[in-house]
Design a protein around this ligand. Structure first.
Ligand SMILES: Nc1ncnc2c1ncn2[C@@H]1O[C@H](COP(=O)(O)OP(=O)(O)O)[C@@H](O)[C@H]1O
Ligand SMILES: [Mg+2]
Length: 306
């Protein structure tokens, strides 16, 4: 019997459970592993008992969630995965691709280098320079490089800060930018793409798009993430959009990925841009809209490589 480790932080996470069930239905023994509970001694083998086998004896590992928090801890857990990878355990997504995807600046650079379209993106490390460029941009967002779930994104339209519900925020722009710079040490600025009130999440597995959904923000709001109140509905991608998603996933090196696309105002599919790649995507939205179980596709493809 094959053994697959599933890296989780929350046993009740629907995506973690979907991976677990998909293993069982494919005659694979799943092992739920929380890397935050592992202790290691440097120089000694990574050997560590999980239920009745050793972590090194796993045939593959699927990474759902390495856990957030302090930099040292996150980096340590990635290093453990890298060590296991060196020792021959197949890890999807690979630690390198998860790290590339999680870093929005680096990911955008890889996507752009592959010749794929992204919204104009810039980095500034000085408030004055940032204010100057924002003055020339009608509509822009400042996003955390390691952001997720639509959190901590600041939109600036014609010099005013726009709240997620579309209302104007009275905060002083210069003070806000100073504070972001102070906190993050850099400003990651992107042109805001005026869109039809929705964006697209496509699920790519092993070079194929298995399904896509529109995510539509609540009335007046502009952040479409499902975790911010967005609603999912079925989306049929054009062949151009499919091609974009597959190439974008390839440019980051992900085995499976949630690819976020944004359309222009007219929903013209040929003008779609890539917003980001998620290397540890939830399978819930696609399942709700389509009844398609992405975890099943991932487990099947991974097991065929063992
Ligand atoms: N450049 C942009 N133009 C328009 N909307 C954007 C832009 N960047 C982000 N958004 C909105 O914010 C959401 C979250 O942004 P994203 O870059 O995907 O980061 P996260 O990792 O937080 O999901 C997007 O799904 C979209 O609704
Ligand atoms: Mg996103």
């Amino acid at each position: 019997m094959k053994h697959i480790g599933i890296i989780i932080t929350d046993q009740s996470d629907p995506t973690a459970q979907a991976f677990q069930k998909a293993c069982v239905s494919n005659d694979i023994r799943p092992h739920m592993i929380d890397l935050r509970q592992r202790n290691v001694t440097v120089g000694e083998s990574l050997s560590s008992q999980i239920t009745d086998i050793d972590i090194q004896q796993l045939d593959a590992i699927i990474v759902r969630d390495v856990g957030a928090g302090a930099f040292d801890g996150v980096s340590f857990r990635f290093d453990v995965l890298r060590q296991l990878e060196h020792e021959g355990v197949l890890i999807v997504n690979s630690p390198a691709s998860i790290q590339s995807a999680a870093n929005k600046y680096y990911a955008s650079s890889l996507i752009a280098k592959a010749g794929l379209p992204i919204p104009k993106t810039m980095v500034f490390q000085d408030t004055g320079d940032a204010l100057e460029i924002l003055d020339t941009m009608e509509d822009a967002v400042i996003k955390p490089i390691f952001g997720y779930k639509g959190k901590d994104i600041v939109r600036i339209k014609n010099g005013a800060i726009i709240n997620n519900d579309g209302t104007i925020n009275d905060s002083d722009l210069e003070g806000t930018i100073d504070a972001i710079l102070e906190q993050r040490g850099m400003l990651h600025i992107q042109k805001y793409i005026v869109n039809p009130g929705r964006d697209i999440r496509a699920f790519v597995v092993n070079g194929k798009v298995i399904a896509a959904i529109y995510r539509t923000a609540p009335e007046g709001a502009w952040i479409n993430n499902l975790s911010q109140g967005g609603n999912e509905s079925r989306c049929e991608l054009s062949s151009y959009q499919k091609e974009l998603c597959i190439k974008a996933s390839r440019s980051i090196g992900t085995y499976f990925a949630g690819v976020d696309l944004i359309e222009d105002m007219n929903g013209d599919s040929d003008k779609s841009l890539i917003l980001e790649i998620n290397a540890t995507p939830s399978v819930a939205g696609i399942y709700k809209a389509w009844g398609i179980n992405a975890a099943e596709y991932i487990v099947k493809d991974v097991s065929s490589e063992l």
